[in-house]
Design a protein around this ligand. Structure first.
Ligand SMILES: Nc1ncnc2c1ncn2[C@@H]1O[C@H](COP(=O)(O)OP(=O)(O)O)[C@@H](O)[C@H]1O
Ligand SMILES: [Mg+2]
Length: 65
C-alpha cells in the first residue's frame, strides 16, 4: 500500500490483507512507513502475522517463501 497522503487507509488495508493471507500460510508484513504504524499496532500482540520493517526484510524474507 503506498500513497504520499496520510489517513487514506494504507495501514488498515495492509493489516487486513495480511490477516486474510495469514489464513493461507505464514505471512510477513513489511512496514516501510517511517511512522511505523503497523509495527505499533502489532506490538499489542494480537495479529496473526509477523510485522517487520524494511531494514529487517533481507533477514526475514527467505523464511517466508
Ligand atoms: N475502508 C475504510 N473505511 C472506513 N474507514 C477507514 C477505512 N480504512 C481506514 N479507515 C480509517 O481511516 C483512518 C486512517 O487509516 P490508516 O490506515 O491509519 O491510514 P494511513 O495508513 O493511510 O495513514 C483510521 O481511522 C482508519 O480506521
Ligand atoms: Mg499508516
Amino acid at each position: 500500500m503506498a500513497s504520499f497522503k496520510g489517513g487514506v487507509g494504507k495501514t488498515t488495508t495492509a493489516v487486513h490483507l495480511a490477516s486474510y493471507f495469514s489464513n493461507q500460510g505464514d505471512t510477513l508484513l513489511i512496514d516501510g512507513d517511517p511512522n511505523r504504524s503497523a509495527t505499533g499496532w502489532s506490538k499489542r500482540g494480537q495479529l496473526p502475522f509477523t510485522v517487520i520493517d524494511e531494514r529487517q526484510a533481507a533477514k526475514y524474507v527467505p523464511k517466508f517463501k
